[in-house]
Design a protein around this ligand. Structure first.
Ligand code: ATP
Length: 643
């Protein structure tokens, strides 16, 4: 049974259209129950979608156009579909068919650990269903739990007193002070979500929230255990640095009323989520979990858009119920590579606010502000604990205008901003040749390579840190991995161009000046997925090479030959650039996006640029198409959060 179907699956796998895993998964499901070709087709699609970040398969997609979801051509899809034979006609028929399969647990029916779960009109791998229901339940519980009673007048008065100290100036033009509101809202429950684009003051706000938490902790003030974390090491280091600076500044303002410097000094370093939870080699399980929770009262997590479903579930399980969780992130950025778009789902009401009357009166009591009527509504408990910061302080000018236009899906406006080339801050070449790009790479990477050329044998680590910083001032970001305009092709071409210009000498895999990105966590050498380092001569051993990584104000190095999972990083994917910022960011789009490039990717690339943004593509239409397309990740989280 299903012979013809699997022959199609194998052909598509050979043609590189399907993951090998997808066919293998369907065969496994067939081996543990009946092998209806319809169920097999659903399994292949479910597995493919999981590989693309979706946490479930919506049955409505089975009836609409799964080909579009997968970026397949009509022909490929038609052949696979016809090999299935009878294709159920509507969602209800699909539901009945799947619910009758022994490998599927229809929620509410007999649960005997079936590998697939059917929850309403969504089909899941059991693991994702568990993670999604756990995340929904845990965040709802946090949003509802510990909420200040409506008559907690003493508490609200104290919060207001401190908020007036911490935010002494009303925002420009007397507009709503969302930063102040975000602090008030986070004080109300055990969950606070602060979202906003780059430079909207998320870190500025959370530093004040921390001060507020310390100030109102009473006798627990000195013992309040605060942990800072982020999905990547770089983002964690940035968070810590910004919070330290902000708290130091605040300490001067609040004076002796609050010993902020001492309290901040006790906070310790920011960690990656993996390290916070105690990742262990060769297992997905963490040292901290529901049975051995973290020892914290407040956990602040930055770059939350990068947290995937499984990690969010692990994080929530490891966090004691009485601890406060603060999530910071930009909901419009690309979601994690792995399944789930958790922050996007949690923030689906953020733009509109959807605040209940209780929230509005609480906010007024704590901040003295009336939230404009347009933000009132009937949102669920998560919406009540979420605040979107709406004004960017650092991100005005053409780069900000471009990001706004892309976010709004306005391709015409985006092109207008790009073409204006305003102040030389944005530039675009829509019929780029590879020589244009290589010339840009030469200009962008020359400064750090020159510094390396002048590096003397007895230079100290401050000099090396300077070289690392110089490298961080320019980066080429690609939308795709493969091909001439993808990461792999470009890294080769750039190496050759820099070599031809005499800026580097490539003698083998490792050479002086090679930038590398770590692609897997390596506990033995202490380097983590996404870390970026530069290869420099080993001062202690002539002829040997070390890779240097910046760590705040200092550097750390590992012998090059000890690093196994790395790739050259003159060009990197937009995905991997999340959490980083470069003075000049050049984004490269391929000749053909294959229908897979979307607005979130373009927005994320643009918002990596601090001062200058250049966009290069051999085909400008790819940009227009991408801006017109949104990434929709199938997930049941929104539904579960609101139900
Ligand atoms: N209310 C405010 N008054 C004065 N300056 C502010 C205010 N809010 C933010 N800033 C300043 O604006 C800049 C950007 O703020 P911040 O770094 O907190 O933004 P962010 O949203 O965390 O940015 P990113 O997403 O890039 O991390 C900082 O220099 C900060 O000090």
């Amino acid at each position: 049974m299903g012979k013809e179907f699997f022959a199609q699956v194998d052909a598509l796998t050979e043609a590189g259209q399907l993951r090998r895993l997808s066919g293998a998964f369907a065969r496994f499901i067939a081996s543990v129950g009946e092998a209806s070709p319809q169920l097999m087709a659903a399994c292949v699609l479910l597995s493919e979608l999981e590989g693309r970040g979706h946490s479930c398969l919506l049955l409505s997609e089975l009836n609409a156009d799964p080909a579009a979801l997968l970026g397949w051509s009509g022909d490929e899809w038609r052949d696979l579909r016809s090999s299935v034979g009878n294709w159920p006609e509507n969602v209800a028929d699909w539901r009945d068919l799947l619910a009758a399969c022994t490998q599927v647990w229809p929620v509410g029916g007999d649960n005997v650990n079936q590998p697939l779960v059917l929850d309403g009109d969504r089909l899941y791998l059991r693991r994702y269903w568990q993670d999604e229901t756990h995340v929904a339940g845990a965040v709802r519980g946090r949003a509802l739990g510990g909420v200040l009673a409506a008559d907690a007048e003493a508490e609200t008065a104290e919060i207001r007193r401190w908020l007036d100290i911490l935010f002494p100036h009303a925002p420009r033009g007397g507009s709503t002070d969302w930063q102040k509101i975000a602090c008030a809202v986070a004080m109300r429950g055990k969950l606070g979500i602060i979202t906003g684009g780059p430079g909207t003051g998320k870190t500025y706000t959370v530093a004040r929230l921390l001060a507020l938490l310390f100030a109102t902790a009473g006798e627990r003030q000195a013992g309040l255990r605060v942990a800072l974390a982020a999905p990547t090491g770089k983002a964690a280091a940035r968070l810590k640095q910004s919070i330290d600076i902000a708290l130091d500044e605040l300490a001067g303002k609040v004076g002796s009323a609050l010993p902020l410097r001492e309290l901040a000094a006790r906070m310790g370093a920011a960690r990656t989520l993996h390290s916070l939870l105690g990742a262990r080699p060769d297992t997905r399980a963490f040292q901290h979990h529901a049975g051995n929770q973290l020892d914290v009262d407040v956990l602040i997590v930055d770059e939350a858009s990068m947290i995937h479903l499984e990690m969010m579930s692990a994080l929530l399980a490891a966090l004691p119920p009485q601890a406060t969780l603060i999530l910071l992130g930009d909901k419009d950025q690309l979601a994690s590579v792995e399944a789930g778009a958790v922050l996007g789902d949690l923030c689906h009401n953020a733009e509109a606010g959807e605040y209940l009357p209780e929230t509005l009166s609480y906010v007024e009591a704590c901040t003295g502000q009336q939230v404009p009527g347009q933000y009132a509504g009937h949102g669920g408990p998560i919406a009540q604990q979420t605040v979107m910061l709406r004004e960017s302080r650092r991100f005005g000018g053409p780069i900000g205008a471009l990001a706004l236009a892309v976010n709004a899906g306005d391709a015409g406006k985006a092109v207008e901003v790009l073409r204006s080339g305003e102040d030389g801050k944005v530039a675009w070449t829509d019929l780029a040749q590879s020589s244009d790009l290589l010339q840009l790479a030469l200009t962008g990477y020359r400064p750090y390579l020159q510094l390396i050329k002048n590096l003397s044998e007895n230079a100290d680590d401050i000099v090396r840190l300077g070289i690392l910083r110089s490298f961080e001032s320019f980066r080429i970001l690609c939308a795709v991995r493969e091909g001439e305009w993808g990461v792999s092709g470009l890294n080769d071409a750039i190496e050759q161009r820099l070599q031809a210009a005499g800026l580097l000498k490539r003698t083998g895999e490792w050479y002086v000046g090679r930038p590398v990105m770590v692609t897997r966590n390596d506990y033995a050498t202490g380097v983590f997925n996404g870390d970026i380092g530069l290869t420099l001569p080993d001062p202690a051993r002539p002829g040997a090479l070390r890779v240097y990584f910046s760590e705040g104000e200092t550097v750390r190095s590992v012998l090059a030959t000890r690093l196994r999972n790395v790739e050259t990083a003159f060009a990197m994917t937009v995905h991997k650039s999340q959490g980083s910022e470069f003075a000049h960011t050049a984004m490269v789009l391929p000749k053909d996006g294959g229908g897979m490039l979307a607005r979130e990717l373009i927005y994320t690339g643009i918002t990596r640029a601090r001062d200058y943004f250049t966009l290069l593509t051999p085909n400008g239409q790819v940009l227009l198409d991408a801006i017109g397309q949104r990434t929709q990740r199938a997930s049941g989280l929104r539904h579960l959060l609101d139900s």
